[in-house]
Design a protein around this ligand. Structure first.
Ligand SMILES: Nc1ncnc2c1ncn2[C@@H]1O[C@H](COP(=O)(O)OP(=O)(O)O)[C@@H](O)[C@H]1O
Ligand SMILES: N[C@@H](CCC(=O)OP(=O)(O)O)C(=O)O
Length: 360
């Protein structure tokens, strides 16, 4: 690992709970100790921690018949207090200040929210305060929810331009079958060419997990493709972070592709976060996908859809509707509509803020 590094560590609910569902404060304390070693060595770190719902379940009893959404909201809202209080107490014992950041998917869609969040996290890290991030579960319901906190951790890693993303679960990594089956083997290395491991992964989730291993794989792969070192490892294992640093940890590593520039990383995650669509003609498509570095000019734009402001993410499609990539708008949809198809106009998407999809 490069030193010092910027790391995002994600701890799953199951790592922080015992088999009976009670909070595992001993495990939490152990992980806090290891995180402190990383911080003392000069690394910058963001912690993404699940566990609010699991802690809430133990903290308050609510009628069984209440609808599942209300239950989750009540558990998350009450449990988050217990979760962050436990972290605060354990880190304070080691002289470390912490901060709580609760976010929604919408915060990654809106450029202003995104930049505010990024500035806040960077400011905290600069002041040696550890940001502890979780989803704001009280406001994110159904389609507003992240797939799971692995997605949130991956977005955060791209946002803070992290070198490494460590996803701590209750298994050593991805196995060739059910991890409980003695014939299953740990996949220690996922090459950058690997597209899919779904043949090995079952839909089974750990008892409190939300997404499961399949979504964890695709999230991890996406981050590795942006040039981030990613591992899936067992947060229940004593000394997990120490072993990782010494290179001795049995876990699943993802081979990182060439590192992408920070704005392109933000865009790469924008597939669900775009505000408008831009349709381009064949000439513009050839120009953008050629080896030469080019921005998208209004002359190549045939149509725009949706209302957007300067700084918002746009999805680019060709004349057949095929998705070409994502870019950051240099001006609003109103100005873009006025310049549509015209020559000698300022680029709608600058090359530095253009991310093209891989088409095989
Ligand atoms: N091939 C596999 N390798 C490893 N884990 C798997 C596999 N197939 C399914 N799983 C399940 O995925 C679970 C981890 O995913 P998840 O429940 O989302 O964890 P977390 O709560 O840590 O995010 C494991 O506990 C395991 O039951
Ligand atoms: N925000 C939720 C966690 C949701 C989630 O993705 O959980 P997990 O799959 O354990 O990482 C909570 O704190 O309970």
């Amino acid at each position: 690992m490069k030193h010092p590094s910027t790391l995002v560590i994600k701890i799953g609910s199951n790592v922080l709970t015992q088999a009976d569902g009670l909070p595992d404060l001993g495990r939490m304390e152990h992980l806090v100790g290891q995180i402190m070693q990383l911080l003392k060595a000069g690394n910058k770190l963001v912690l993404v921690s699940s566990g609010a719902v699991a802690f809430g379940r133990q903290a308050v009893s609510i009628p069984e018949k209440l609808n599942p959404i209300s239950k989750r909201q009540i558990w998350a809202a009450t449990g988050q207090v217990h979760l962050i209080e436990a972290y605060q107490r354990l880190f304070q014992k080691q002289g470390q200040s912490v901060a709580q950041i609760l976010v929604t998917k919408e915060d990654f869609r809106d450029r202003k929210h995104f930049l505010n969040m990024k500035n806040c996290m960077e400011g905290l890290m600069q002041q040696n305060i550890l940001p502890i991030v979780n989803e704001n579960d009280t406001v994110t319901i159904t389609e507003l929810m992240f797939t799971d906190n692995d997605e949130l951790a991956s977005l955060t890693a791209a946002m803070v331009n992290a070198d490494s993303l460590i996803l701590l679960s209750n298994v050593d990594g991805i196995f060739t079958g059910n991890p409980a089956d003695p014939d299953s083997k740990l996949i220690e290395w996922v090459s950058s060419d690997t597209k899919d491991l779904s043949e090995y992964i079952s839909a089974a989730k750990s008892s409190f997990g939300r997404g499961g291993m399949l979504t964890k794989f695709s999230t991890a792969k996406k981050s590795a493709d942006l040039g981030i070192n990613v591992i899936i490892a067992n947060g229940k294992r004593d000394g997990v972070l120490e072993e990782y640093l010494s290179g001795k940890l049995a876990c699943t590593h993802f081979e990182p592709k060439k590192k992408k520039q920070a704005p392109k990383k933000w865009l790469a995650h924008g597939a669900q976060y775009y505000k408008g669509k831009v349709f381009i003609n064949e000439g513009a498509k050839v120009s953008l996908t050629s080896a030469v570095i080019r921005s998208l000019l209004p002359v190549g734009v045939t149509r725009i859809e949706g209302e957007f402001s300067k700084g918002d993410i746009l999805l680019i499609r060709d004349e057949k509707g095929i998705k070409i990539g994502l870019g950051r708008a240099e001006y609003s949809s109103k100005s873009a509509a006025e310049k549509l198809g015209q020559k000698n106009q300022k680029a709608l998407i600058h090359y530095d803020y253009l991310y093209l999809f891989d088409h095989d």
